[in-house]
Design a protein around this ligand. Structure first.
Ligand SMILES: *Cc1c(COP(=O)(O)O)cnc(C)c1O
Length: 339
């Protein structure tokens, strides 16, 4: 076991032993290579640098009370990376290669998997980039697929803490028929300035509205938005939202708890009718939302009257975490035990 202060890890990069890489050249994926370098050497005309041919994934590996190492819903990440690749004309990574890369990189970095008690986890970052040189706007003919790992702390160090969100209509993260539904770096470039402005103004993220009508709730920063209204779990349906695997899992758990799941357009004004709101994604599972300030109208929507996450968000959060760590029976078949 490495001498790491597991409880104080942030959500940041720290060097581990190895990463794994495979190159697409001459129409096929090469052998999986192991590297101990945290830099990559690519052509200066690589399409990922100029034309944004880049897609990524984010997933976590957990050490259970039983000492077993579990990865959560990796096949969903493999599928989504294929959808992203197809969306921006990159070669798709076969499921088998994706799994082999996970198995290899986790095994080689065993001592960086945080212990169960720490509440921390090992974050996996699969990355697919166009490495072939082009000057004209064209897809590359060579690609690099890699996975690096880094141990990350529990997202909420002081427990499960509600955050403040801002609605801003003067910025869009994605166009209705653009790339919002795939996990590509370009969407992040498009949201950087509005997201940094929100941070400077004291908010943890921007709640984007639909780019066309500016009426419906879209993505919540780098996470999906959901709300609880009575016995209903409500989450926006939009062509510019990235289908979150966490959200998909929470919908299943909510149904399992006897709730009704609604995936539909959610007008901004409906915020005043919600009992609880949250953002969800791999990093935090759920970030409960305590208030949403509409930057344009000055209207504020408040939740969490006692300062804590609502009861349903807390239940959903606890159940998902329990499945990920192996504390609760994996009745949906979401967890794969790694060697
Ligand atoms: C990755 C991502 C999410 C969360 O997806 P998960 O599969 O739950 O981690 C949500 N929104 C955006 C824009 C993302 O890039």
């Amino acid at each position: 076991m490495k001498n790491i202060d597991w409880g104080n890890l942030s959500f940041g990069y720290s060097k581990t032993n190895y990463n794994v890489r495979s190159y697409w050249r001459n129409g096929q994926w090469g052998e999986l290579e192991i590297s101990s370098s945290d830099t990559i050497n690519i052509h200066m005309a690589a399409t990922c640098l100029h034309y944004g041919q880049e897609a990524f994934e984010g997933m976590k590996v957990f050490k259970g009370k039983d000492g077993k190492t579990r990865v959560f819903r990796w096949e969903e990440n493999a599928k989504r990376l294929q959808t992203s690749a197809t969306g921006i004309l990159m070669s798709t990574v076969p499921k088998k290669l994706f799994k082999k890369a996970i198995d290899t990189v986790v095994k080689l970095n065993k001592e960086f998997i945080p212990p169960y008690e720490s509440g921390a986890s090992l974050y996996l970052r699969p990355l697919l980039i166009g490495t072939g040189p082009q000057v004209g706007v064209k897809p590359a003919d060579e690609f690099l697929f890699m996975i690096f790992v880094t141990p990350v702390g529990p997202y909420f160090k002081e427990g499960f803490k509600p955050v403040s969100i801002q609605i801003a209509r003067d910025a869009d993260r994605a166009a209705p028929l653009g790339t919002g539904s795939i996990k590509v770096g370009g969407n992040y470039a498009a949201s950087l300035s509005s997201s940094e402005r929100a941070h400077h103004e004291g908010f943890s993220s921007v709640l984007y509205v639909d780019a066309k009508e500016k009426k419906y709730i879209d993505e919540c920063g780098p996470a999906n938005f959901f709300a609880i209204k009575g016995n209903n779990y409500i989450t926006p349906k939009s062509p510019s939202i990235l289908p979150s695997i966490t959200n998909k899992s929470l919908m299943t758990i909510a149904e399992d708890m006897g709730m009704t799941v609604e995936r539909r357009q959610v007008p901004v004004e409906e915020l005043s009718e919600f009992d609880e709101c949250g953002a969800c994604g791999t990093a935090a599972v759920i970030s409960p939302i305590k208030n949403i300030l509409d930057r344009d109208t000055g209207k504020e929507y408040k939740f969490c009257p006692d300062g804590n996450a609502g009861p349903i968000s807390t239940k959903l959060y606890n159940r998902l975490r329990a499945i990920q760590y192996g504390d609760e029976t994996d009745k949906f078949g979401w967890v794969t035990i790694l060697e």
